[in-house]
Design a protein around this ligand. Structure first.
Ligand code: MN
Length: 246
């Protein structure tokens, strides 16, 4: 952002002119950053960065790691609305993304360099100012999409070297399991009655609704375990194939 004003500023001596030098970045509204832990068909962490009025989003199956050596698969998915960033609750089974959502981290992010260029080139470097994640990180698009021909836009989420890197100890996703918004654990959110339909108005839904299906089929128990374990083992196979990436 500052760079956009560089040419403007270079032409002026602000000790002599009353023209504005332009607001510095820190007084701009900050770009929001957040992670939602999402127990859908399989658990993943939705990593979201505000850009151009929406949230650029990546689904990170294993979640972030503060360990420099770890490269976490991050599947680039569609942009989400900014308001989605504060959502926590339960999306009913059978709806898109059905499952429990916990707000795992939130704060702001600072891109290093031009974001649109970085997205086009497949390398985004940035600083996170989250409640949990801090310091420098990178998202790097895998060449050839990583997993051959499955049509996914695969990136890697990587911690960059700085004082915030943590080379050992308990991984942050195990150290921190509660919501930064409500302090609740996944199970407590799942047990709460509020549900959220992506295709209806969120406010009225939260205020009034309690779909019948939700009462009878508590979250996480609604799928036959055999199907769940089948899915898990197929995920493991896929992961094993993609082994070099993680
Ligand atoms: Mn998700």
């Amino acid at each position: 952002m500052l760079d956009r004003l560089k040419a403007y500023r270079a032409k002026r001596d602000f000790t002599r002119t009353a023209e504005p030098a332009g607001k510095r970045q820190k007084s701009r509204r900050k770009l929001s950053y957040l992670i939602q832990k999402h127990a859908a068909r399989r658990l993943h962490y939705d990593f979201r960065l505000e850009w151009n009025g929406a949230l650029m989003s990546w689904a990170v199956p294993k979640g972030p790691s503060e360990n420099l050596g770890d490269k976490r698969l991050a599947v680039h998915v569609e942009d989400h609305p900014l308001e989605y960033g504060s959502f926590e609750g339960t999306i009913p089974q059978g709806e898109y993304g059905g499952g429990t959502v916990l707000l795992w981290d939130r704060g702001s992010w600072e891109p290093h360099g031009d974001v649109d260029e970085g997205m086009a080139k497949g390398k985004l470097s940035f600083t996170l100012h989250g409640e949990r994640l801090k310091g420098d990180w990178a998202l790097v698009r895998m060449r050839g999409g990583g997993n051959k021909g499955n049509g996914r836009d695969n990136w890697l989420l990587i911690k960059e070297r700085d004082a915030e890197a943590k080379p050992g100890g308990t991984p942050v996703v195990e150290r921190e399991t509660s919501s930064v918004k409500s302090g609740r654990e996944m199970e407590e959110i799942a047990a709460a009655k509020k549900v959220w339909h992506s295709d209806r108005d969120n406010r009225s839904q939260e205020a009034t609704a309690r779909p019948k299906a939700q009462k009878k089929r508590p979250l996480q128990r609604s799928r036959p375990s055999s199907r769940r374990s089948l899915r898990r083992s197929s995920m493991r196979r896929r992961r094993a194939k993609a082994g070099s990436t993680r």
